[in-house]
Design a protein around this ligand. Structure first.
Ligand SMILES: Cc1cc2nc3c(=O)[nH]c(=O)nc-3n(C[C@H](O)[C@H](O)[C@H](O)COP(=O)(O)O)c2cc1C
Length: 153
């Protein structure tokens, strides 16, 4: 049985909608006996990644930086995650009204430092909210679910 952890910070209707879309796609493309655990970053503890074969992370950029509640999760868990789950396949999407590059850089450096394996570059959903973002997060989540299930990642 595959186990996935999906962490999403969802302070707005749009980010909640994106998280629900990603969750649906992950469920649809992971195996039917897979377990998918969905948590906000405030509820995550270091051991949550222990039994996971894949991690999907949805966050956002605020005031030129990674949003605080996701940063808080890394502040609390980073040291315990070092060396704990090397090679973990990780997919990341970032909702960014204005830019998103600082957050992409931060999350990429965290993933690299933790020896996690990004399944693709972090996806930035940039600019005014666009319903096309839904398909983009669904595609990322589907890749995560199907790819881990098939042993590609
Ligand atoms: C106080 C504040 C600061 C923000 N700063 C940034 C920023 O520096 N870069 C950016 O790309 N977006 C920024 N945004 C936009 C948020 O990323 C965006 O509103 C959030 O991801 C939620 O998406 P939504 O507005 O579509 O619900 C900011 C939003 C707020 C409220």
């Amino acid at each position: 049985m595959m186990r996935f952890l999906f962490i999403a910070q969802t302070p707005s209707d749009n980010t909640s909608h994106l998280a629900q879309a990603a969750l649906g796609a992950l469920k649809a493309h992971a195996g039917s006996d897979s377990q998918i655990i969905f948590k906000p970053p405030t509820s995550v503890i270091a051991s949550d990644i222990d039994d996971c074969e894949g991690l999907l992370l949805g966050s956002l950029e605020n005031i030129g930086a990674l949003a605080g509640l996701t940063k808080d999760m890394f502040d609390r868990c980073y040291n315990d995650w070092l060396g704990r789950k090397e090679g973990l396949p990780v997919g990341i999407y970032i909702r960014a009204g204005l830019d998103g590059t600082a957050t992409k850089r931060t999350l990429t450096s965290y993933a690299n430092a933790l020896s996690w394996r990004l399944i693709q570059e972090p996806l930035i959903l940039h600019g005014a909210y666009d319903e096309a973002f839904t398909a983009e997060v669904e595609e990322l989540a589907a890749m995560m679910g199907a790819g881990v299930e098939a042993g590609i990642y």
